[in-house]
Design a protein around this ligand. Sequence first.
Ligand SMILES: Cc1ncc(COP(=O)(O)O)c(C=O)c1O
Length: 402
Amino acid sequence: MNFSSSRLNRVKPAASVMVSQLARDLKSQGKDIIDLGLGQPDFDTPAHIVEAAHQAALAGKTRYTPMRGAADLCDAVCDKFKRENGLDYAHNEMIISNGAKQIIFNAMLATLESDDEVIMCAPFFGSYRDIVLAVGGTPKTITCKPEDEFRLTPESLQAAITEKTRWVMLNLPSNPAGAIYSEAQLQALGEVLEQHPRIILLSDEIYEHIIFDGRTFISSAKALPQLKDRILTVNGVSKAYAMTGWRIGYGAGPKTLIDVMIKVQSQVSSAPCSVAQAAAVAALNGPQESVGQFRKAFERRRDLVVKHANNIPGFQLRSPGGAFYAYIGCEALLGCKTPNGELIDSDTNLAGYLIHEASVASVPGSAYELSPYIRLSTANSDENLDNAMQRIAAAISRLTPK
Ligand SMILES: Cc1ncc(COP(=O)(O)O)c(C=O)c1O
């Protein structure tokens, strides 16, 4: 029997999760796979954060917290926004959820009428599309070009807006392309949005701290104070503090928007795990050295992968400005044949070839709505990355040119 609703039929499972599952399956069959599929820091959660969770559990912080999230975590998030982003948010402008992903889900379910359009900038985090589809909205993709460093331009934003546009999603720095926006570039987008009062801006800043080459990060709500009452700032502890498994994300925005998001949360999950919330308090209020150490490591690994990729014939990669991915153009490899005589005619084929022939898991660009590319996560040890890039180079060299 088919249990899937027609609405759910439009939704794809997360590609990076499926690739990682395949990598795990192959590993369990004894294959030496290097998994550059899933995007999560390979570091352990810093010890003081784990200890805070332990103490919270021992102290009896084991019950439901308020639906919005625990008061001490809301305080910590308010302080974080003030300290790091120069933004003032009150408790009633805040929600804590099971990861940034649920913040986005809550926002979409709470606000979208069927047929409302959500603008997203390809290549984008695939869940944007699938969450919008799951709640009955319509994703509207704008393709961002490598020559614009994969940034959304004001002209293409203006051209994509219709009377049905409800949200524009920005991701700074972006997964998978590492696109970064300066204050002036955000303001140019803001000028377009000012003319369209129905549109809400979702600014996903989950990779805020993973930004390279000495750049400084500016939050959309800081760059666009005139739009702050229709910006939802999305963030969380997953990437900055190596806490992907703890599932704590947060959102801040106008009270009336947050209220309807809490209404969704109250029926989907209630507030997230009390002990994980205590860990997030320790992450945000505690020592921040590890954040800088992680950033440094990610920058070094980015350099390592860029250096290797630029020596692989058929690969094209500009140095990403942030996040921990290499989004590698592979158009020149389409039309090549594998040693078995199979044609590589898509990035999906290439990713399949690489997992079987190089034992390296990658995600095809089709998952991010911009092909032909493959995404490699650089959140892995230097040794594994070096090894993976050598294996990829060797596998590519075995292809017969078109
Ligand atoms: C752009 C982007 N936003 C949100 C998320 C989800 O983060 P969380 O673990 O907080 O749900 C991810 C995770 O990969 C991401 O890449």
